[in-house]
Design a protein. Structure first.
Length: 93
């Protein structure tokens, strides 16, 4: 009976494990850098078209900030999906 209790994983432990696995996958594929960098480049292009050099600098900063937020949201969704899949829960389409 004690061995069964030791093998069960709490929700917090499952979440932490899913987060670690997702972070490792993102690091292997440089996902965060791609999202933030791409957003910064896009923002810089739009800023340059709208306001020259200073606009490019501002647009790049705004794009990087938006990319960081988008990456955080994407990672949180991926962790939630990983948790759902491993718990055996499947949401109907």
């Amino acid at each position: 009976m004690a061995s069964l209790a030791q093998r069960t994983e709490t929700q917090q432990q499952a979440h932490e494990r899913a987060e670690r696995e997702q972070t490792a996958k993102d690091h292997r594929h440089h996902t965060g850098a791609k999202i933030v960098g791409g957003s910064a480049a896009g923002g810089a292009v739009v800023g340059a078209l709208a306001g020259g050099g200073k606009g490019a600098l501002i647009g790049g900063a705004v794009g990087a900030g938006g990319g960081a937020i988008a990456n955080k949201v994407r990672k949180d969704k991926a962790v939630d999906k990983r948790e759902r899949e491993e718990s055996g829960y499947r949401q109907p389409h």
